[in-house]
Write a protein that binds this ligand. Structure first.
Ligand code: FMN
Length: 388
């Protein structure tokens, strides 16, 4: 794909000629094991950030011997800079419902939930209305599976899968120890397949168009396409679905404003790519992975301010349960403030980088573990902007 513009794709939002209930009915002509093989063969990886292979997740949940199993759609979408799941649920909700139903049929579950970010509650009346129709449609085709909406609790941490289960169970949203993983013990301690909104729509489309068509796109490690939330210094802010495998340079050629100096890939918890690395960095699992948020910064922006904002966010959103994250976020924030004031010399930034690396291995969940991504990439590449 080098030297070309990113290839635009229209899979997620395509609705023309698609009857989601019919697709579920057709999927049910295959055995659950065949569907799992299709999903594994497609190479689909979770679009919520961690990139776990969807087919394997479904297989592990199916393999658990339990009368009760759950399918959960993670629509918490709390990552700064991400707004694609809202758009998907707004525009093609029936495709999300159908993805849940196909997963339910595959793993042997009778109940599905959509955990919707609290700030998106304005979508609830329409989604509930459409769900009534959809659930009735599932009954008609003989699938014993019902989907319900759940409203999120308003904290970033509630998007972390195990904190999400706690929240759904009416408890404080705090991550659990892993293992056991959700496929073994998730919502109410039962085997649970939890997937991002976009993942479920791709799973639905793979059931419709087949694994071959899906894996024709992208690269060996990053199959298919992806919906990007594009914001910052760009004349083309908004949602774009693009084939995976492009370099940051190709992305910037299409979406930049001619003066892009950095792209924050994957939201606040992702990494910051400076201009000198645009060409060599692939957006995908072989390079820099992303849940879909792309924030572009031009030369008018202070990367100190960018990092400061992110650290304030993490300090505020850390659940406080584990010390590396609770104390680490605060110390990183205080640390760059002290360097900026001139109270600490620039060498202190190297101590802070060591602290960030420690958080990566010592924090209990992905929140504290990923603070090192923006911290190290911004401090290493924009050191002159951080110091006094
Ligand atoms: C702090 C934190 C917040 C998260 N927020 C979300 C979210 O809003 N939506 C999401 O799909 N995954 C989120 N995740 C990832 C989930 O834990 C989980 O990996 C994902 O829902 C799995 O779905 P997938 O396999 O389809 O990507 C978050 C993880 C962490 C550590």
């Amino acid at each position: 794909m080098e030297n070309t513009r990113p290839k635009r794709v229209d899979i997620i939002f395509l609705m023309e000629g698609i009857d989601p209930i019919k697709v579920v009915e057709n999927a049910m002509k295959k055995s659950p094991d065949e569907i799992i093989l299709d999903m594994i063969d497609s190479g689909l990886k979770g679009r919520g950030g961690a990139g776990f292979p969807t087919g394997l997740k479904w297989k592990f949940t199916r393999n658990e011997d339990s009368y009760d199993k759950y399918v959960i759609c993670n629509a918490d979408e709390g990552e700064p800079g991400t707004f694609k799941d809202r758009e998907i649920l707004d525009r093609v909700p029936e495709k999300v419902f159908a993805g849940l139903a196909i997963c339910g049929y595959t793993i042997g579950s009778r109940e599905g939930f959509i955990y919707l970010r609290g700030e998106y509650n304005f979508l609830l009346p329409v989604l509930n209305q459409k769900l009534d129709v959809f659930n009735a449609g599932l009954k008609k085709i003989g699938l014993d599976f019902t989907i319900q909406m759940r409203s999120g609790s308003g904290a970033y941490i509630c998007g972390e899968e195990s904190a999400l289960f706690e929240s759904m169970e009416g408890k404080r949203g705090e991550p659990r120890n892993k293992p056991p993983y959700p496929t073994v013990s998730g919502y109410l301690g039962k085997p649970t397949a939890i997937n991002n909104v976009e993942t479920l729509v791709y799973a639905f489309m793979i059931a419709r168009i087949g694994a071959e068509k899906f894996k024709e796109m992208g690269t060996k490690d990053s199959r298919g396409s992806k919906v990007f939330s594009i914001s910052g210094d760009t004349p083309k802010a908004g949602i774009s679905e693009l084939e995976l495998g492009m370099s940051v340079q190709q992305f910037v050629d299409e979406f930049g404003d001619g003066d892009t100096k950095a792209v924050q890939v994957g939201g606040a918890s992702g990494g910051c790519v400076p201009r000198k690395m645009f060409k060599e960095t692939i957006i995908g699992y072989e390079g820099i992975p992303t849940g879909g948020s792309m924030m572009l910064f031009n030369s008018s922006r202070s990367m100190y301010n960018v990092l400061h904002d992110y650290l304030e966010f993490f300090t505020e959103e850390s659940c406080g349960q584990c010390t590396p994250c609770r104390v680490g976020c605060q110390q990183l924030l205080k640390g760059i403030e002290a360097v900026k004031r001139g109270d600490k010399n620039p060498g202190y930034l190297d101590d802070l980088k060591k602290l960030a690396k420690t958080m990566k291995v010592a924090a209990k969940c992905g929140l504290g573990q990923s603070v090192a991504n923006p911290f190290i990439s911004i401090v290493s590449n924009f050191r002159e902007e951080i110091i006094y």
